[in-house]
Design a binder for this molecule. Sequence first.
Ligand code: F6P
Length: 491
Amino acid sequence: MAAGRRNLIVVSNRGPASFARGPTGERIARRGGGGLVTALRSLVTHHDVTWIASAMTDEDRVVAAETAGEPVEEVARDGSPYRLRLVAHDEAAYDWFYNVVSNPTLWFLQHYLWDLKATPDVDHALHTAWDDGYVAVNRAFADAVAEELEAGPDAAVFFHDYHLYVAPRLVREAHPDATLLHFVHIPWAQPDYWRVLPERIRVAIHDGLLANDLVGFHTDRWRRNFLDCAEAIAGADCDREGSFAWVGGRPTLVAAHPISVDPHEFDELASSVEVLRSQREIAAGRPEKLLLRVDRTDPSKNIVRGFRAFDLYLEAHPEMHGRVGMLALLDPSRQDIPEYAEYLGAIQRAARTVNARFQRDGWLPIDLRIGDDFPQSVAAYKEYDVLLVNAVFDGMNLVAKEAPLVNERDGVLMLSENAGAHEELGEWALAVNPFDVAGQAEAIHEALEMPPGERRRRLDGLRAHVREHDLGHWVEAILADLDRVAAPAPR
Ligand code: F6P
């Protein structure tokens, strides 16, 4: 680490642990997974962390009520202690926050998912969801942060993601000298697309982020878009060379640091009992050539177009019928949101269409498995010949970094040019335009026909890059930037 232990207040909607009742009624802490929480685990090991997160389960709300909002002492998977403060939100407010604003609005906007001639409808319901949901939940987070800062004013506050854009401004008003940083884990859209939102909302989002001392993104592309938006939407004065945006006499450093994974974790997982068991099952049923995709069932992941591309490939290559198959391991996501529930239906229909058209003699072209089974995903990472990552847009895409680390078949990565990972991994991947299904079908052919030496060269390149630019690298880069912008500790 660049400097010694720090006091950090980490703030994210989904926390690292959630409580439930066990079979005999005892309280159990479930230590959550998910990209963000995994990525931030090392912070807890090396620093003194208070983590503020939403109470998600009934038992979380009981814990929050029992402790009157005070943090509880928790331990991370590696035994490191940290403090967890759960914020219990009003149920209706949280529903508006998560199921109306954060996901179907902000996530959709930032991944360019709208069909603008028809969606979205910015009606009274969205305005209410913004004021009484998104802003209210952000205010509850900001109040919790402000209380923690009163107890420990030297702590730096580390906000995460699109759920918390307006909280930093509220904290800044209460604590003008606090050190605030915010990492945005999803793409940043260009200024014109943000203009779909009413002015007061889009200005509040940019103004909220510009209350931070540091705002981080995974790629230079999202960083540049943010600077353009800061200027066009929040009237910031941008120094593009130094990458600062100035508002009201305060600078915000806007940085790009690509998040990564922990290669040692995957080395260990690859030889774990669960993964080996799953690998035997996959190996026993696999076709000669295996295409793989591993995703949440999110419209941004472009799963339906991926199936369509495979359909076109099979149509053009009858010689491969019976010899090639696609394994799609898909984790159901955000199913209380109609757009997500409908997308899962569309995925199932699209897979069925391809299978109905081509399946024969026990050969199933698409093996669609809906569920959350991480050991199975790692086992499949070892077995693929081609990995398909064709996201419409993606902040980073960690599957593209994880899978090559453990692959045993010189597998080829087909990678969307709109995934953040493309900025780093593009030279060793087969780049695809996510909308061009014909191009993706051709890329599947190219990947399957690629000479062995070339496959090996590309896989080696991917692995070397990810091993060198690992998660520790990301954390160090952010903390080094934090040192550049941190306010001196109050005396
Ligand atoms: O950054 C995007 C993200 O918040 C990830 O951390 C996480 O993997 C994903 O979205 C899941 O989101 P949710 O909390 O809505 O399940």
